[in-house]
Each structure stands twice: as C-alpha cells, then as structure tokens.
Design a protein around this ligand. Sequence first.
Ligand SMILES: Cc1cc2nc3c(=O)[nH]c(=O)nc-3n(C[C@H](O)[C@H](O)[C@H](O)COP(=O)(O)OP(=O)(O)OC[C@H]3O[C@@H](n4cnc5c(N)ncnc54)[C@H](O)[C@@H]3O)c2cc1C
Length: 326
Amino acid sequence: MLLPQHNYLQPASLNECLMALQDAGEFGQIVAGGTDVIFNMRLKLFRPKTVVSIRRLTELMQVEELPDGSLRIGAACRLTDLAENPIINDRFPAFSESIRSVASTHIRNMATLGGNICLQTRCWFTNNSQQWRQGKESCFKTDGDICHVIKSSEKKCHAINNSDTPVALIALNAELTIQKSGAKRVLPIADFFNDDGIEFMKLCPDELVTHVTIPPCNDRLIFSKYAARKGIDFSIGSIAARCNGEGEQTDKVSLILGSLSTAPIKLTKAAEIIQTKGLTDGAIEQAADTVRGDLGEVTNLYSRAVYKKQIARVLVKRTLTHLKNM
Ligand SMILES: Cc1cc2nc3c(=O)[nH]c(=O)nc-3n(C[C@H](O)[C@H](O)[C@H](O)COP(=O)(O)OP(=O)(O)OC[C@H]3O[C@@H](n4cnc5c(N)ncnc54)[C@H](O)[C@@H]3O)c2cc1C
C-alpha cells in the first residue's frame, strides 16, 4: 500500500512548526512517531497535502516538575522514555502502567505521548485498505452516508477511541496545553474528546498539543487494560479508577472506561454508589451492576459488543476490589 503523494516538512522549532500548520490548514497532518498516522495514510483514510513532523522539536521532549508539584510532559516525548522515567514511575504509577500497556516495545520506541492522546478512532470497517473498503458502501467517516457498525443508530460514526494513556490521564485530572500560531489554550483532558468517531477531539487543524500537565495526586489510583494478547494488542476494554481514603473508606471516586466507545466513558452511577456506601463488597457488586446501563451503544471492534459489556463489568468490579486492598 503506497503512501499518498505529500510534502514532508520537518520544522526545527515550535514556532516554525505552528507556522507550517497554519499554512497547511485543513490539508495538513501532524506526524509524531508515525506508528498510526502513516498506516492510516497507507489505508487512504486521509490524504494530506502536507505532513508536518514534530520529531525535531526538542521543546516538546522534556519532563519537568513545576513549583506547584505538577509534572509537565512534552507531547513529543517517546513512550519508552516516559515508561522508564523514575519521577513518573514513583509519583504516577498508574499512568506509567498505562504507558507500558501501549502496543509493544518496538512501537513504544517510536510512539509519543501526544500521538497516543490524539490517536485516530478505529472500527472494523475503516481499519482496512481502500481496496477492501470498496467492496462495501463508503461510511460516514469515508465520505459516505452509512455506519456499518450500528446501522440504526442516530450517532453517525461509532469508531472507537482506543488509546490507553488518556484513560489514566483523565483520572489524574491532567490538562493539555494546545498551541497554534500566536495563541495558546489549556484544556482539561476530560473535556478534550467528543462523543463522535469523526470529530473525536477538540483540536483544529492548525493546532498542536504541546504539553500534558499532571497535578499532584496522593489518592489511590489504578489503571488496568484487557486485551487478547498483552504484548501488542489494542484494548478490548481499559479502566482507570481513583479514590481517596483508606480501606473501605472513601468519599471521592472516579471511574473512567476506555476502548468501548467513541470517547472515554465516565461512570457516574457506579462512582456515586461507592462514594455513598464506601468500598464494601456489596457496594462494589452494586456499582458493577450499573455499568451496562452507562455504556450506551458499544462498537464490536476486536470482539462482540455483548462480550465487551461483560468485560467492562469485570474491569469495574476487579479494579474497585484492588483499590480497596491498596
Ligand atoms: C500493532 C500496533 C499496536 C498498537 N497497540 C496500541 C495499544 O495497545 N494502545 C494504544 O493506545 N495504541 C496502540 N497503537 C497505536 C499507536 O501506535 C499508539 O497509540 C502511539 O502512541 C501513537 O503515537 P505516535 O507518536 O506514533 O502517533 P502518530 O502516528 O504520529 O500520530 C497519531 C495521531 O495523532 C496526531 N498527533 C500526533 N502528535 C500530535 C500532537 N502533539 N498534537 C496533535 N496531534 C498529534 C497525528 O496527526 C495523528 O492523527 C498500536 C499501533 C500498532 C501499529
């Protein structure tokens, strides 16, 4: 599968990069590690005229502890370097676990944090070559007017958000710094994703995620992923669970599920039950029972939707039990 024709730019500074993105506009495409975007270009999912690499931007490759105790991570940091970073391992082990769970060592050696956060959504139809897709009608995401995944749904595209680190970063209340030429904004990562497989993130074509900032966290926090083969596969379901207190005592809970929908899902009902009743065995069981209702329509990528719903329940129950014993 050949790459579509494109101009390739390798800016040497952040300013130069932002100017290049502004010039390219909607015909531009950022490439970081390239582990996903190059493959998608080969599938002809998109055909950018200009590909802008951020591999030379040393400004985006630093990990810094800020005076308020937050950790600021450059979006172009490689996942391998972050997985081995002693500050991250020591202060944010659940985030570290989410990084190590991405793909394989070879892919993490190329892949970046920004690329993982901005990962294109996937479904069983679009994750195929253009030639294969031509055997069926084009879907909404490929300029057609059908969704092959859930045909009767009002939502247009059910391609899922399948990236691992955002799940942990949402539980950590992390913020993204987003820049374009002449402007900068900061957005909680929890607000970054849209429930839409096509317009899946709040990012304009001329914008770049430059940093991820994680505030201090002394709560109990776990990230866990379920995949067919641990060493390489995308998640069938993933979870980040956070709470304060000790043992069964807690009054602040947050539960985030990944890889089940077009955006990470915040489980509010399950969290409320644990907040009110604590991490008792009965409350954990009751919380797990609410999960199916909070999931909505589930895409059948990598396994049947009914199995994924069951996995979500198991992940919630297992993770809450681990939290209780932490
Ligand atoms: C075999 C295989 C297994 C995989 N398994 C997993 C897995 O288990 N879990 C998982 O999460 N991922 C997995 N991936 C997907 C991918 O490798 C990772 O998500 C990786 O972290 C992407 O990072 P990258 O730097 O290579 O991104 P790229 O491919 O360079 O870019 C990905 C997307 O992000 C955009 N982008 C990149 N950086 C920025 C930025 N700073 N600002 C704005 N937009 C940006 C690009 O334009 C592109 O749309 C897998 C991939 C393969 C090939």
